[in-house]
Structures are given as C-alpha cells and as structure tokens.
Write a protein that binds this ligand. Structure first.
Ligand code: NAD
Length: 260
C-alpha cells in the first residue's frame, strides 16, 4: 500500500517508534530511522528491517533538541529519496518529579523533544508534501495529551501542546491531500515505561511484577499494555485512503484510561 512513499519516524530506535517504523516498512514505505543508541545495535535494527520488509531503510542520528539537526534530517531524507511523504513525530522523553523539584534543564529538554521537535519537523516537511499534494503527519501524543497526572508537569504540558498543534496543522492543510492526526497511547511497555516501573518497585518495595500491575491498574482499566505493533497498525491505517478525511483527530489507544 505504501510502496514508493518515504517515511521519517523520529525516535525509532526503540519502543513505539520502532513498532511504527516496522509497520510502515512492512506496508512498503522507505523508512528513515532516527534516535539515540548504540551504533552497532542501530545498524543491526536498520539492516534487519530492510531485509525482512524488502525496502530501503536509512538511519540519521538527529538530536531532536536541536532545530538545525531536525532540518538536516528532513532535507537529507528528501535528497536521498526525492521527498518526505509520511512524518511520524514520535521521539519522547519523560521525567517524574513534583513541580517545585522539577529540574529546569529537564523541563527544557522535554518541551524540546516532545513538542518543539514536531513543530520544526513539520515546518520543513510540509512544503515537500504540498509539492505532491499528499502527506501524512502522525504525532505521537499520549493519554497525557488529554488528561493529567501529578508529577509529570513537562510531559503533560508538552503532550497537551502537541494535541493542539496537531489540530492547527490539520486546519492549515484541510483543503489538501495532507492529513495530520495524533495518536494518544496509554501505557505501552517500552524502556520509557520500564524506568517508571523500576522506580515504583524501588520506592514501594514491590516485586517487578507487582509494580507493573500497580502502574497499569492505577490508570488503565483493561489491565493490559497496548503494544508498539498495535500503534504501528494504526499508523498504517492513518496512511491509507480510508483515513483521507481523518483530520485533527486524537486517537486513544489506552485500554480505557481516558474513558473514565
Ligand atoms: P522509548 O524510550 O522506548 O523510545 C524513545 C525514542 O526516542 C528512542 O528511539 C530514543 O532514542 C528517542 N529519543 C529520545 N531522546 C531523543 C533525542 N533527543 N533526539 C532523538 N531521539 C531521541 O519510549 P516510547 O515509550 O517508545 O515513547 C515513544 C513516544 O511515545 C514518546 O513520544 C512517548 O511520550 C510516547 N508515549 C509512550 C507511552 C508509553 O507508555 N510507552 C505512552 C504514551 C505516549
């Protein structure tokens, strides 16, 4: 379905971004991976994805805190493959602390990676999409884009911000073949969440399994994690013609978290 299309997935060396990149490659798109990590492991991921999907897969290590590196990620992808058709703004980081103790540097980094990077990437990718009158922008927000939790000031602010930003871009592209939507996952078991499970286990003296259950059941009525594969399948659906008129939506994949 996506043969001939070019996708960038930010923060795709791990977790949800990796699941989305695999799903897009599986649907035939060329994929530019991005993110941090061990170069040898990333090269193994890149080569494995290219081999199993039979598509071209690249990697560019742009730090999403820096606008000039984001500009290069978009321009070099377009130079290599002709355009950028699908942009998934997924890179994200977390820090958990009461507001009075929240380190300023962590606030700045979270706002930069989880919110401003999407602004910069869209600003550079939109003109390329307009040239072909086709594009798909998928912003990975969160249940925390719709409701809050204590001790997550920067994350909740950034995720509410990206839900709003998604709507603005959807309106600015409403009469084109470019759509912009947000996916709002609940808990997905990735390294970002594993750190929070480990912290809860240490803080409350819980076993790893008990901490996992406590974290899940506090928010997610299904008692089950969503998976990167499920989020990837939704991203592929958003790239399909069936989603042509989905614009500015925030799609929850959260086991009922925000239904409460
Ligand atoms: P993860 O830690 O597994 O992956 C994060 C990715 O972002 C990695 O590839 C990492 O290298 C990359 N990254 C981090 N800082 C970066 C930077 N400065 N520049 C470039 N890349 C950077 O986390 P995840 O859980 O897969 O999270 C992915 C997205 O999904 C995030 O936006 C997160 O907020 C969102 N999300 C996650 C959950 C969840 O439960 N895991 C729930 C809702 C939303």
């Amino acid at each position: 379905m996506l043969k001939g299309k070019t996708a960038i997935v930010t923060g795709s060396t791990s977790g949800i971004g990796l699941g989305i990149a695999r799903a897009l490659a599986g649907a035939g798109a060329r994929v530019m991976l991005n993110g941090l990590g061990d170069p040898a492991e990333i090269e193994a991921l890149r080569a494995g994805m290219a081999r199993s999907a039979g598509v071209e897969v690249g990697f560019q290590e742009a730090d999403m805190r820096h606008s000039e590196e984001i500009a290069l990620l978009v321009s070099q992808t377009a130079r290599r493959w002709g355009s950028v058709d699908i942009l998934v703004n997924n890179a994200g980081i977390q820090h958990v602390a009461p507001l009075e103790d929240f380190p300023e540097a962590r606030w700045d980094d979270i706002l930069a990676v989880n919110l401003s990077s999407a602004f910069h990437a869209m600003r550079h990718a939109l003109p390329l999409m307009r040239r072909n009158n086709w594009g798909r922008i998928i912003n990975i927000a969160s249940a925390h884009g719709l409701v809050a939790s204590a001790h997550k000031a920067a994350y909740v602010a950034a995720k509410h911000g990206i839900v709003g930003l998604t709507k603005v871009v959807a309106l600015e592209t409403a009469q084109t073949g470019i759509t912009c939507n947000a996916i709002c996952p609940g808990w997905v078991l990735t390294p970002l969440v594993q750190k929070q499970i480990d912290a809860l286990a240490a803080q409350e003296g819980l076993s790893p399994q008990a901490a996992k259950q406590r974290l899940l059941l506090e928010k997610q009525p299904s008692g089950e994690f969503a998976t990167p594969e499920e989020i990837g399948a939704l991203a592929v659906f958003l790239c399909s013609p069936a989603a042509n008129q989905m614009r500015g939506a925030n799609l929850s994949v959260d086991g009922g978290w925000t239904a409460q």
